[in-house]
Design a binder for this molecule. Sequence first.
Ligand SMILES: Cc1cc2nc3c(=O)[nH]c(=O)nc-3n(C[C@H](O)[C@H](O)[C@H](O)COP(=O)(O)OP(=O)(O)OC[C@H]3O[C@@H](n4cnc5c(N)ncnc54)[C@H](O)[C@@H]3O)c2cc1C
Length: 434
Amino acid sequence: MLANQVLTDWLAIHQAVGLNSAMQGWLYALSVGRNYLLSADEWAMLGSNSRQTPVVPACLQNTAISTNTRLELRQQLPRNSERFVIVGGGPVGLMLAVALKKLFGPRIVLHVLENRVNSEGQGTAFTRSWPINIPVSEFMFFNHPSGINSVAPLGEYLPWTLRELEGYLLSLAQSLDCQLVYSNEKTENLLLQFQPDLVFDATGGRWRAKGQLKKECEVVLCSSDLETVQGYCAFGVNPVAIAPSDARNLAVSVYDNGDCRPTLNGVPLSSWMLKIRGIPRHLGPVLIEKIRTINHDNWIYVWPTHLSSGEWIAFFGLRQNDAWLLQDEIREPLSFDQVRDNLSKLSDPRWKIIVKVLASGAVGHHSECRVDPPFLWAPHLYIGDGSGWPHQQGVPVIPVGDSLFHGHPQVGNGLGSHLNMINLLIQQLQRSNG
Ligand SMILES: Cc1cc2nc3c(=O)[nH]c(=O)nc-3n(C[C@H](O)[C@H](O)[C@H](O)COP(=O)(O)OP(=O)(O)OC[C@H]3O[C@@H](n4cnc5c(N)ncnc54)[C@H](O)[C@@H]3O)c2cc1C
């Protein structure tokens, strides 16, 4: 049974790397967030040392799914059917669909359910126009004559926006006979219709019911010095609203729906952020120098990307009222020129400094400096309910992509880590398949 095999192999991958790396990523961000003002080399060095230091809270350890549970899950699966359903046709759902279909071909019938539909019931276009930052080599599995690997040489970064990648994956999935189902119908009803043997939740975490708090555990820091405690702000605490001393009240909360979130005084963290990309190479160091003395609260994260242009990227924490204001003004990625006046008017006075620096070298119609719409950052990690995966109509539901983990922008928040897990799964399945 392919469904059994996929389930078993995914559990192995998840156990070995997924959960651990997600958790490590979180705690890594937490413990070294204060060191954002480092060069790429320093980051790399620090990364290799610091990745070992975070301490996983005891209650979150040993969340691995036991062999017994795995066997039980396997026995629950029907033996003669090979129908897979992926709920969610975002980038991860589509990547997984392509990967599974390329591997198993006609041995599986694969439906991808997507609820982004217009009034006529047709799928609507993706709107996300931010570029991804993933090496082409990560997409080797998707190789296709007209495909990704011909877009840029190996070792380079894919010069596509997320929207372009999604469009590409969609046409690839369709050419491989994945069945795209656009519908607003309740997911559970659709599943009844398709009677799947295996379900993947690729909805970006939107399919889970709201959970009730199960337990809260204190986050253990690897150091007790105050500066490190302030590093909690890297966890996404709105730095304006919360004094560093409050960061002592940070905890990790575990919910009965299997979600796990960082909380402050019991309230899940969420914080408005703004991403500015395409910052010219020569402005990165200038920006860092300027903000050195005004970034005590981790308001801004700046780092060089791996894109061949050498551009830099920056994430900013936004005050609530500033976020609302920008939400009205920036509905799609705009050039820095188009938004600089709005940025100068924001209530946080530090924006004036940022605007001045960016304006000194990023203005003009040749500028690639873009400002994306503000977004709400609410980190979460899915750890299951302790007894295995959730089930739908007796069939296990495997969370993938943002449904599994949504973390910090600077440590694998995004497709890079999700894609890595899909690659590992496919390699494992190839091995299992002989
Ligand atoms: C501003 C911003 C910038 C980012 N920049 C980068 C970057 O530079 N590089 C990077 O790698 N990542 C980046 N990310 C993160 C990246 O966008 C996400 O990690 C990625 O989109 C997750 O993909 P996903 O398929 O798991 O979830 P999603 O992209 O959220 O897709 C989920 C899909 O499921 C559908 N859906 C939801 N519920 C249902 C349902 N019940 N039934 C059917 N369909 C459903 C949705 O319509 C959607 O199409 C960024 C994110 C943000 C917000």
